[in-house]
Design a protein around this ligand. Structure first.
Ligand code: NAD
Length: 374
């Protein structure tokens, strides 16, 4: 991308645009579409000022606007918070032609999308993700949901948005930890689909460790655009996870197990980072991936401050967690592996000694904090 804005269209029954750039609120009315009168903006307290700006813009454009301030991060992905939003919609007489805007990180876009999917069996949602993870992953693709006491994302719906606005100016205020964790999903897209991403990261590692500098850089704009293109290509062909979409889970089987064993104190991206190195080692030991691609996993991720190893005394818990993961079919563990750069494939039911050997390759001493090493 050469400055300005980029637009990626996600194919499907109702195609929609993802716009990537800076200061994009002017696009919101067009994305909301014809016939919308009332808009509910769902946002956490951290984005109250931005929500007020959105409200003022939409009121000036003639909409009736309601703000729903919700708890932070995972605290908002509950049935109680969804019910609070339904209450606001009901009291304001929202009809089927009104709309919801999700303004925040992936937790907020998941919640706002779920509220929109369920109100009157589905009203429009425009997603305005404000974190890197939200932009390249959560807000694109139409998966929405909330958590229950039994686990994450157990209740939800496929509900593609009417549009997505990725305003890169928003990431300036992100914590460096959340920012770098989000980059792990971009690196994932580099390995499974678009190796130019890896070169861009390798050429710009210092810039990419600083959200303030990165926010106004064309490098971040290009990385977000490329990662969104990868996700759009995959979900455009497979909204409901019939097959291809599985490749987006590269590094996630082991990553989810790390998150579980760490009781969700690790950031998702940090866990996925370790998961990618694990599965790269697994593919190498299975004779499918060359040493240099495995080494590249370690070098790219380390350069960003992301972890590439995990404590070596947790194998039984990790294995149990992987077996419980919803990606397991029957008794067979399934992994997305690489047969080379941008050549994703499946590995089903690997020999337990191979799994243990891959774990041994990433095993470290047990004192690794929260994963990210900035
Ligand atoms: N639907 C999907 O396909 C999908 C895919 C991946 C992840 N997810 C979900 O996304 C969530 C994680 O997303 P996340 O990492 O964005 O987390 P998040 O939404 O919890 O945001 C992380 C933190 O950053 C704050 N924040 C958000 N934007 C900010 C900004 N611009 N400046 C300062 N602070 C800001 C939030 O208030 C929060 O405290 C998880 O719930 C996960 O399940 C969904």
């Amino acid at each position: 991308m050469s400055g300005g804005e980029a637009v990626v269209t996600v194919a499907g029954e109702q195609p929609y645009d993802v716009v990537i750039g800076r200061h994009l609120l002017g696009h919101l009315p067009a994305m909301l579409g014809e016939g919308v009168r009332r808009v509910l903006v769902v946002h956490p307290a951290a984005l109250a000022t931005s929500a007020e700006t959105v409200r003022e813009d939409l009121v000036a454009a003639g909409y009736e606007v309601y703000l729903a301030q919700v708890p932070d991060a995972e605290e908002q992905k509950t049935a109680q918070v969804a019910a609070f939003c339904w209450g606001v919609l009901g009291q304001a007489d929202f009809t089927r032609t009104d709309a919801v805007v999700g303004l925040g990180g992936g937790a907020t876009t998941d919640l706002a999308g779920f509220v929109a999917a369920t109100w009157l069996r589905g009203v429009r949602v425009v997603q305005v993700p404000t974190t890197v993870l939200g932009m390249v992953d959560a807000a694109v693709g139409g998966k929405t949901g909330i958590n229950t006491a039994e686990g994450k994302n157990l209740v939800g719906a496929f509900h593609p948005p009417a549009g997505v606005l990725c305003d890169l100016a928003a990431v300036e205020s992100m914590s460096p930890y959340d920012f770098v964790a989000g980059l792990a999903e971009i690196v994932k897209c580099g390995f499974i689909d678009d190796p130019r991403i890896l070169e861009l990261v390798e050429e710009n590692t210092a810039l990419l460790r600083d959200p303030v500098a990165a926010a106004s850089s064309p490098v971040l704009a290009e990385l977000v655009e490329r990662a969104v293109r990868t996700k759009a290509r995959v979900v455009g062909q497979d909204l409901r996870e019939a097959g291809l979409r599985e490749i987006l889970n590269y590094g996630h089987t082991f990553g989810h197990a790390v998150e579980h064993v760490e009781r969700y104190r690790w950031r998702h991206g940090a866990a996925v980072s370790v998961g990618m190195v694990f599965v790269a080692e697994l593919a190498r030991l299975a004779g499918r991936l060359d040493d240099d691609v495995v080494a590249r996993h370690r070098s790219v991720l380390t350069a960003l401050g992301l972890p590439t190893g995990y404590r070596g005394d947790r194998w039984d818990q990790l294995l149990a967690a992987m077996r419980r993961d919803k990606k397991t079919r029957g008794d067979l563990l399934r992994f997305v592996v690489l047969d080379g750069l941008a050549r994703p494939a499946r590995l089903e039911g690997p020999d337990p000694t191979l799994l243990a050997a891959a774990y041994a390759e990433i095993a470290t001493e047990p004192e690794r904090g929260t994963g990210i090493l900035l």
